[in-house]
Design a binder for this molecule. Sequence first.
Ligand SMILES: Cc1ncc(COP(=O)(O)O)c(C=O)c1O
Length: 445
Amino acid sequence: MASNTEGDINISRYRTNWCNDHLSDISKTLLSKDESVFIHQSLSTPCLNVLEDCDGIFLKDVEGRTYMDFHGNNVHQIGYKNKYVIDKIKEQLDELPFSPRRYTNRKSIECAQKLIDISPPNLNRVLFAPSGAVAISTALKLARIATNKHKIIVNWDSFHGATMDTISVGGESLFRKDLGPLMSGVFHVPPATSYRGIFTKENDDDLAYANYIEYVVEKEQDIGAILIETVRNTDVQIPSKAYWKKLRKICDKHDILLILDEIPICLGRTGHFFACEHFDIQPDILVIGKGLGGGVFPMAAMLTNEKLNIAQTTSLGHYTHEKSPIGAAAALATIEYIEGENLLYQVNEMSLYMHQQLHDLKNEFDLIGDVRGIGLLWAIELVEDRNTKSKASTQAERVMYKCLEMGLSFKVSQSNVLTLSPPLIINKAQLLTAVQIIRNAIKSI
Ligand SMILES: Cc1ncc(COP(=O)(O)O)c(C=O)c1O
C-alpha cells in the first residue's frame, strides 16, 4: 500500500476518476503505451496525463488544455521555454555541445565563477553534478573526507534524492521501504517547526529542535555533518533565524560540517538567490540544483569553501556530464535572466501579495489550518479540525483534482499540504486567478 507523505499518489481512486472524466481516447492510448514501456513506480508511472507543450507559467496537454504550473518539479523559476535561456543553449549547442572529462571549457568556468560571485562569501569552490541526488552524494563524501567522521544528523520527513545513499539520509520511509540495509551512521531528528507538540509543551519555540540536535551531538560525540534543507520545500517549513544561528554555533563548536540542501529552492524561490541569506548563516557546503538548469537541462552543483578543497586524491563526482557546456550555458543564462529582470525584487513584491491573499482565504475556510510561506513558496495546510490539526488528506486530494479541472496544477505534500511554487515570472493577475481557483475548489468539495 503506497503512502502519500510525499506528492500525490498515482494509483488513487481520485486520480482514476479524474482520468476517466477528463481524458480522451488519444490521451488514454498514450498513457497506456507509457504504462507498457516504463517501469511502474510510486509517484511516477502510471502517469496522470500527457503533455504537448510548456511555456511561461503554463503546461499544455495533448488535448489543448492549459494549466498554470505551481509545481514544475521546481525547475521553472524563470518560466518554461524562457527565450533568453533557450537562445543561449542553442548558441552553445552550435559551439561546443559536450566536453569530455580531462578537458574543461569556457562556459563551465564562467558559470562556476558566477555561482561563486552570487553565493555567500565563504563559498568559492564548485563541483557540478547531473542531478540533485548525486550532488548530495558528493557532499556526503566530502564531509567524510574532511572530518574523518561518517556520522550525520538529518531530518525526519526530509527528501534529498532517490539514490541509495540519499534515501539513507532522507526522512521518508516511502522511499526506502523494501530496500534493505542502507548507509550507516545516520541519525534522524525532528525537523524544526514541523511537529509542534513532540516535545513537552504544545508551543515549543523551534530552538528546542536545535537543542535536541545538540543533545544528539553531545551523546554521540563523533557526528561529522548535519544535512538539512534550509527551508523545507515540500510542506514549507521555515525555521527561525535563532534556530539556524544555533545550529551554526553547534557545528562550529563540535567540528561538524553544516550542509544545506537548497536544491528545489535556490535561485530566487525564497526572495534571495539562496535561502540561507535570510538567516544570516553560511553553510560549509551548499547544494543546489533543479532550476539551475533553466528548466531544460539536468544540472546541480555543490558549493563549498577553500578549506574543503582537500579531495585531490579521491574522485568526488566522476560524472560523464560533469562540466557540461550546455548545462553551464543554461545555468549561467538563468542567473543572468534573474538578475536582468530583477526577479528577486519581484518575488518579494509578489510574496506580500500572496501573504495577504492566502490569509484572506484562511479566514474564509475552517478547512485551512495554516498558511505559511517565504518568497514564492507557499503552503496551505488542510485540517479536519484547527485545534487537533488532524490532517484533511482526502480533502487535499479532492481540492487538487478540482484545481486541475480549473487549470491549476500544484503538488500535495505530507498528504494535506497544498504546496504552491509558481514560476517567479508570474504576475499579480495570474496569482489572483490561481487563488480564486483554489477558493472555488474548496467551496466545491
Ligand atoms: C530537497 C531536495 N533535495 C534533493 C532532491 C533530489 O534532486 P534530483 O531529483 O535532481 O536528484 C530533491 C528533488 O526533489 C529535493 O527536493
